[in-house]
Design a protein around this ligand. Structure first.
Ligand code: GDP
Ligand code: GDP
Length: 349
């Protein structure tokens, strides 16, 4: 997962280390450059022993004048190096505004800061990069389990997204998770458009032991959702999972149909399902679906096969809604809770 992006970040760190440091900033207790250079070996050794330095705290960057001997990051050099980072992120399908945000954050974080020789520059860079990435991902997160627990029942969840992204599989995974947590649920087969959609859900619901409410192919999706909610109320089922036809975001009729479905079902949470492998397309889809029905959260699928990580880094920033889960494989249990730490851990492992 994310191997290409991880590699690029690693080579960025190396590049910074090799190129970025400008002048020696002599500290009060150090007489000059020469002595500073001679001491380098010693500092390295000392650094290696100090494992706990990778904390991202401000101690790493010493802005205060005098005191330590150190080096400074110059603006010009930073610009050159950031250009490399920009390319690396673009190649990884990170959306342009997110690239800008990461760049600007790093600039603010690093330029002109004096870096104490107590620390390796790459530790400082990695810590700044981690902070920059946390920053673009830090949309108010929603804890799914707490959301389900605290909401009045039945909790209605509506899944939207285009075909083939893994929407059906994600619904089954959520039904499985809910079952593990002791909740009863019912699935609404409101994708009456795609051939095979109902059958696919029938197989999942049989395996999971979850009730499926379905009508004929071609019937009104809103009526099915309505029936499912009535069923849940009558049978005291706690969660309703509504599948919807996987329309292209450009199909106006189907997008209108989805608005109607939303009006009737009044979902507590609209979950956009996007395929991480489609990179920038997934981000565009999230924006369009958000414009049409206002999504609340996102699930990003197939992250197990995603080398680039661009969609994972961009979606939350693009729509201002958090990714709550990522699909990590084809089994029902292959669903990980997503949060900024999860991402950062995998990018710098
Ligand atoms: P839908 O058309 O959006 O309902 O997509 P499906 O749920 O039918 O999934 C399309 C394909 O993607 C299927 O082969 C799924 O097994 C596969 N898939 C879904 N989620 C994941 C995931 O997280 N990882 C992997 N590797 N495959 C997935
Ligand atoms: P078939 O398509 O009727 O042969 O049924 P399968 O046993 O191959 O599975 C149907 C769908 O359930 C496939 O898309 C599987 O990827 C999906 N599936 C997702 N998670 C699981 C799981 O944990 N176990 C099984 N058996 N199937 C799963």
């Amino acid at each position: 997962m994310f191997q290409a992006l991880r590699e690029k970040l690693r080579s960025f760190k190396k590049k910074v280390k090799d190129d970025i440091l400008e002048e020696d900033v002599p500290g009060d207790s150090v007489k000059g450059k020469k002595e500073g250079a001679a001491k380098k070996g010693k500092f390295k050794k000392r650094k290696k022993a100090g494992k706990g330095a990778d904390t991202g705290d401000s101690e790493l960057l010493d802005g205060y004048e005098g005191g330590w001997a150190g080096k400074k990051i110059g603006e010009k050099k930073m610009d050159d190096v950031l250009w490399e980072l920009e390319l690396a992120l673009m190649e990884s399908d990170v959306a342009v505004p997110v690239v800008e945000e990461i760049k600007n954050f790093l600039k603010k974080e690093l330029i002109g800061k004096k870096i104490s020789r107590k620390y390796d520059i790459d530790v400082v860079i990695e810590s700044a990069l981690k902070k920059a990435i946390m920053n673009v991902l830090s949309i108010d997160t929603i804890n799914f389990d707490a959301f389900v627990k605290s909401h009045s029942k039945p909790v209605v969840l509506m899944f939207v997204g285009i075909n083939g992204t893994g929407k059906t599989t994600s619904i089954a995974k959520i039904a499985y998770r809910l079952k593990q947590y002791g909740y009863s649920s019912v699935i609404a087969a409101s994708d009456t458009f795609r051939a095979g959609a109902i059958e696919q859900l029938e197989r999942h619901s049989a395996k999971l032991g979850v009730k499926l409410i379905k009508h004929q192919k071609g019937s009104d999706p809103a009526a099915i959702a309505y029936d499912s909610i009535e069923h849940a109320k009558a049978r005291k089922k706690e969660v309703v999972l509504i599948d919807t036809a996987g329309r292209m975001q450009t199909n106006v009729n189907l997008m209108d149909e989805m608005k109607k479905l939303k009006r009737i079902a009044k979902p507590d949470m609209i979950i956009f399902v996007g395929d991480s492998l489609s990179g920038n397309d997934a981000v565009e889809q999230a924006i369009q679906f958000n414009n049409t029905v206002e999504i609340d959260t996102a699930i990003l699928t197939k992250i197990d096969a995603d080398a680039k990580g661009g969609a994972a880094l961009s979606i939350a920033h693009a729509v201002g809604k958090p990714i709550i889960f990522v699909g990590t494989g084809q089994k029902y249990s292959d669903l990980d809770e997503f949060n900024p730490n999860w991402m950062v851990e995998r990018l710098f492992e």
